[in-house]
Design a protein around this ligand. Structure first.
Ligand code: SAM
Length: 256
């Protein structure tokens, strides 16, 4: 049996996490930070339609819709999508929502887009190179002429080299949340350990899912193989230059 249970494990992981995801990731604060970033991307690439693949609870979709962009958000987890729909309603924006894996998106989309975004470290949920290649084939087919695919993930070159295990420590109300990795041979295990304090007493919950720690080289090769003309790399969504030893993020732009 597959030790990691692949995509099903990501569905279970996010279905389980959906109720807490926005508090854990500070949705309201991220929303404010994301607005100027998306404006920057819009003024550089002048897009009018976007597919937000692996949209989660809809942060980027909502910001893009607020900017008047024709936006579709898609995710494999129904619970995350439910939260996304509620967020859009609360913000008063219209987004088209699709329940689909990244690998199957073409089957579920009736239109094509100027940009396909895959943000928030979602690409590493594709656990095999063939999943990555299928996904990029789908994205390429869903892009308009001169469209771009944009992925933002952590800089795994740095994380793997330094064996950096602690990714983030956060506090929300009576909870402490530690996000950390276990390094395996090819995959890494992403863990979220939540402590909930009740006076002096504490309970804990550990949630885990596997990730594939894609490097710049692996993504570049896969993009070119799937018919993208070129790939550009940055160290963050502000177009910082990428340094494999120091950058926190890897941002990839694939041009079709
Ligand atoms: C870390 S969250 C990021 C969500 C969102 N993009 C953000 O920035 O907040 C990763 C998301 O990827 C989704 N996901 C995982 N594997 C997927 C797959 N194969 N196809 C589509 N979505 C997937 C999860 O359900 C989850 O919502």
């Amino acid at each position: 049996m597959d030790k990691y249970n692949r995509t099903k494990s990501a569905i279970d992981f996010y279905d389980d996490l959906a109720a807490d995801y926005d508090n854990m990731t500070k949705f309201a604060q991220r929303l404010e930070k994301t607005k100027p970033l998306m404006e920057k991307w819009h003024s550089r690439f002048k897009f009018s339609s976007v597919l937000d693949a692996a949209c989660g609870t809809g942060l980027h979709s909502c910001v893009l819709a607020q900017m008047g962009i024709n936006t579709t958000g898609a995710d494999i987890s129904l619970q995350m999508l439910e939260k996304a729909k509620r967020n859009a309603t609360q913000l008063g924006v219209k987004v088209e929502w699709i329940h689909s894996s990244m690998q199957d998106l073409q089957k579920h989309c009736s239109e094509t887009f100027d940009v396909v975004f895959c943000l928030g470290n979602s690409l590493p949920h594709l656990l095999t190179k063939s999943d990555l290649e299928n996904t990029l084939t789908n994205f390429a087919a869903l892009l308009n002429n001169n469209g771009i695919f944009v992925a933002q993930l952590l800089n795994y070159e740095r994380l793997l080299k330094n064996r950096e295990r602690i990714i983030n420590i956060a506090r929300y109300e009576d909870q402490n949340i530690v996000r950390f990795y276990d390094f395996d041979q090819h995959l890494i295990q992403f863990n979220i350990l939540t402590f909930r304090w009740m006076g002096e007493k504490v309970s804990h919950k550990l949630q885990s899912t596997p990730l594939f720690p894609y490097t710049k080289e692996e993504i570049s090769d896969a993009l070119l193989l799937q018919g993208f003309k070129k790939a550009e790399f940055y160290g963050g969504m502000n177009f910082e230059s990428f340094n494999e030893d120091t950058s926190a993020n890897l941002v990839v732009i694939g041009n079709i």
